[in-house]
Write a protein that binds this ligand. Sequence first.
Ligand SMILES: [Zn+2]
Ligand SMILES: [Zn+2]
Ligand SMILES: [Zn+2]
Length: 108
Amino acid sequence: MNRIKCAFCKGTGKDPFDLLSQLAVCQVCKGTGRVEVVEPAIKCAFCKATGVYPAGARITCTVCNGKGMVTVKGTTKECPKCKGKGAAADSGLPCLKCGGKGVVKRSA
Ligand SMILES: [Zn+2]
Ligand SMILES: [Zn+2]
Ligand SMILES: [Zn+2]
């Protein structure tokens, strides 16, 4: 387990979009500015580690849940379907093969 800076609010603990109110706390880290990720973790390919869902939606990334990092276990390689981008080329949704992580398990 590793404590990292919350990607969604950039560690400020505040809701980056002021969706509820100026005083609203970040929904990802609950206002602490820090989130816990299970190691080993890599940068989320889908949101490019921003924690924000791409394509202008002001919601948390559904792949990393706003943390900006995703846990990957075992040996991995670049996802052949999205070429490591984490997003499906046609829909812009998280890649179905890798789930948006950009990497897939390397099969022996
Ligand atoms: Zn936060
Ligand atoms: Zn993400
Ligand atoms: Zn993929």
